[in-house]
Design a protein around this ligand. Structure first.
Ligand code: ADP
Length: 497
């Protein structure tokens, strides 16, 4: 199958979250299975500076943006470790910037224009680069107009008339909503600016557009596919998702174990370990992490880790309520890596300054440290308010670091709470809580710490169960292939032009 991934992130070119991990690793798995994926993404400054070889294709194009024609070129690169081509849409005026979407807490003012250009350019690439694409796999709002162009101005136009589209929703809270006059930039007829297709509370919505026009839809876990069909997790799009529920699927993200595996992880500075040398390996990684983060090197107190965007979505509002008391009353150590909302930066920075023996914080984005934290921590806290899939809990399982999670979305689909029954069934791999409040979070964390300190045999069983589980792409890639086949052959309830 020839699949074109349209995305604004793909590891190692550029990444702000799980979207980048998925679009860097799923295509590799599809190629291994004998298919022909191609990735197209904006030539962001990060992508050009990431160290991958990039060469010009010599192919130029021009697309309409409102009343002007804007030129661009395609650059060619590839994903590491395979032959998956990556095309970069080069237009420095839009993409040569310090960040991908926003700077200093403000979205770039021309984001609509930047991603209208990207959606149009991705479609131009299909004939110009001779891609022979059968299915366009669109990711998140930044690709949301692609299905709409296929169903409107490109309907009946070869080679686009035979193309089908799949829209993957990685996080429905990020919708790409812009004021209504930006419809002019898209070139799409105003008749589609209605509540069933492109309009969302008076605004132009890229994500709603993608959801309306794509032939099939999926989210990144089965539970999240259910949750977004009602409020509040549908973020206002629950109505249209209910209408399309026959075309909406949930496929769990996979992990790239060539990147995230403690046996071969080069970021661990030689402290590699697997099931065979687990105790010694974890201990060495824990001591190394404590040294690196300036914490006392104690072996038997639990070390709790948090990595992620410092945002309410990730449950940091609960953490902020819990952590001051917890730090005062327990001897657990905390390692926090993240960047995001300023008030969390301030809170964690202050906590670390006041409790240097218990709290260590790194405010920034540091992939290598993220690997060492996964290896060195005893437990990984992920109390997300909602979580489309979540990757860090899956990495944690592989690194023998026990997840403590809010049972929502992909966290509920991957983490089985410790109970007598789940332990006896060999399924327990972590701790979870159902009600999103600080009492329930504290209870789950108490259970985890109590088990760690007082019941090592059970703790070790949790660790081993998690490490043995296979969350690689193998299974999920097959599910995507089934969905691609269905989309190519099947009926659809997508909006028509
Ligand atoms: P989301 O996509 O919602 O941010 P995920 O758990 O799906 O959350 O994926 C987050 C990815 O980004 C993981 O690979 C995680 O390790 C990484 N990550 C997030 N914040 C940081 C950070 N500050 N430093 C390094 N890696 C980070």
């Amino acid at each position: 199958m020839k699949i074109l991934f349209t995305t604004s992130e793909a590891v190692p070119f550029c990444k702000t979250g799980g979207l980048g991990d998925v679009c860097g690793s799923l295509p590799l798995e599809l190629a291994r299975l004998g298919h022909q994926p191609v990735v197209i993404l904006p030539a962001f400054r990060q992508a050009l500076n990431c160290g991958r070889p990039v060469e010009p294709t010599g192919i130029r194009f021009e697309v309409p943006i409102g009343r002007k024609m804007v030129p661009g070129t395609f650059l060619r690169s590839s994903l590491p470790g395979g032959d998956v081509p990556v095309y970069l849409v080069h237009q420095p005026q839009y993409y040569d910037r310090a960040e991908l979407y926003r700077e200093n807490g403000q979205d770039y003012k021309d984001n609509c224009e930047r991603f209208v250009f990207f959606c149009r350019a991705a479609l131009e690439a299909i004939p110009l680069l001779g891609l022979g694409t059968e299915l366009v796999h669109c990711h998140d709002w930044t690709s949301g107009l692609v299905p709409a162009y296929l169903k409107t101005e490109l309907a009946g136009v070869p080679p686009f008339d035979s193309l089908r589209s799949l829209m993957t929703i990685h996080n429905i809270a990020y919708q790409g909503n812009f004021w209504h006059w930006d419809m002019e930039l898209t070139g799409i007829d105003w008749k589609y600016f209605n509540w069933r297709q492109m309009e969302f509370y008076g605004n132009l919505s890229f994500l709603k557009t993608g959801i309306s026009f794509a032939d099939a839809l999926n989210t990144v876990s089965p539970r999240y596919a259910q949750e977004i069909q009602s409020a509040p997790l549908g973020c206002g799009l629950e109505g249209i998702l209910q209408q399309r529920h026959d075309d909406l699927f949930g496929i769990m993200n996979g992990v790239d174990y060539s990147e995230w595996n403690p046996e071969i992880d080069s970021h661990l500075n030689g402290n590699n370990y697997g099931a065979n040398n687990l105790a010694a390996g974890k201990q060495a990684c824990k001591a190394a992490l404590q040294r690196e983060m300036g914490l006392p090197e104690v072996a038997d107190q639990p070390l709790i880790a948090l990595i992620g965007r410092l945002a309410d979505q990730k449950g940091f509002d609960l953490v902020a309520q819990l952590i001051p008391q917890w730090v005062a009353n327990s001897n657990a150590q905390w390692v926090i890596l993240g960047t995001g909302e300023y008030h969390y930066h301030e809170l964690f920075w202050r906590l670390a300054e006041q409790n240097p023996e218990k709290v260590a914080v790194k405010l920034g984005f540091a992939n290598d440290l993220a690997h060492r934290i996964e290896a060195g921590a005893d437990m990984f806290l992920m109390p997300s308010r909602y979580e489309p899939c979540g990757l860090n809990q899956l990495y944690s399982l592989k690194y023998g670091t026990v997840p403590v999670v809010h049972a929502t979305g992909g966290l509920a689909d991957s983490i089985t709470n410790l109970t007598d029954d789940s332990l006896a069934a060999g399924k327990a791999n972590g701790f979870s809580f159902d009600t999103y409040d600080v009492t329930a979070l504290a209870d789950a964390l108490h259970r985890a710490c109590h088990t760690y300190v007082n019941n090592r045999p059970v703790w070790d069983q949790l660790v081993r169960t998690g490490m043995q589980q296979d969350w690689s792409w193998t299974h999920s890639a097959h599910e995507y292939l089934q969905l691609y086949s269905r989309t190519l052959s099947g009926a659809t309830n997508a909006a028509r032009g």
